[in-house]
Write a protein that binds this ligand. Structure first.
Ligand code: ZN
Length: 162
């Protein structure tokens, strides 16, 4: 029987070889942000179609991912795109915090906006669990989190700002 590490490696390679939601969305109306990890040369472009429901809840109705880079960065972007598609912005915030908690990153270290006492949300991470092993390689954590930082930028961006 293959070990968990082999299973994780297979999941990462599957997303790297067959990236989900690869492509572009027209922007505007789609939100768009670019991320770059100079340590490894990874590039990620995130396109988000954000729609408002009848109850005023904003959700990501469509997502597309562009860019290039190492297997960790591109697999993470593919997994991220699958995880956020069809989710509300509040749900996406929870998934992002749960993922970063798994990556041993505390929000307050990144932007100072959260307190350390905030517990990580209980969220099922699915395929994203495969990136858990990356924590053992600190230099690769930036590869794994690049897609998520770019996602946050895309959410915050104003698609009509030009
Ligand atoms: Zn990388």
């Amino acid at each position: 029987m293959p070990g968990l590490e082999d299973l994780y490696r297979e999941i990462i390679l599957d997303h790297y070889r067959s990236p989900r939601n690869k492509g572009e969305l027209e922007s505007p109306p789609a939100h768009r942000a670019e991320g770059f990890n100079p340590l490894c040369g990874d590039e990620i472009v995130v396109y988000l179609q954000v729609e408002q429901g009848d109850d005023g809840t904003e959700m990501v109705s469509d997502v597309a991912i562009g860019g290039q880079g190492c297997s960790i960065s591109q697999a993470s972007a593919s997994m991220m795109s699958s995880a956020v598609k069809g989710k509300t912005l509040a749900e996406i915030d929870d998934i992002t915090r749960a993922f970063k908690a798994m990556m041993s990153i505390h929000e307050h270290e990144l932007d100072g906006s959260e307190t350390e006492s905030d517990p990580a949300p209980e969220v099922k991470l699915g395929d994203l669990e495969a990136l858990r092993g990356v924590v053992k390689f600190p230099v690769r954590i930036k590869c794994a989190t690049l897609a998520w930082n770019t996602l946050a930028q895309a959410v915050d961006s104003d698609p009509n700002a030009g």
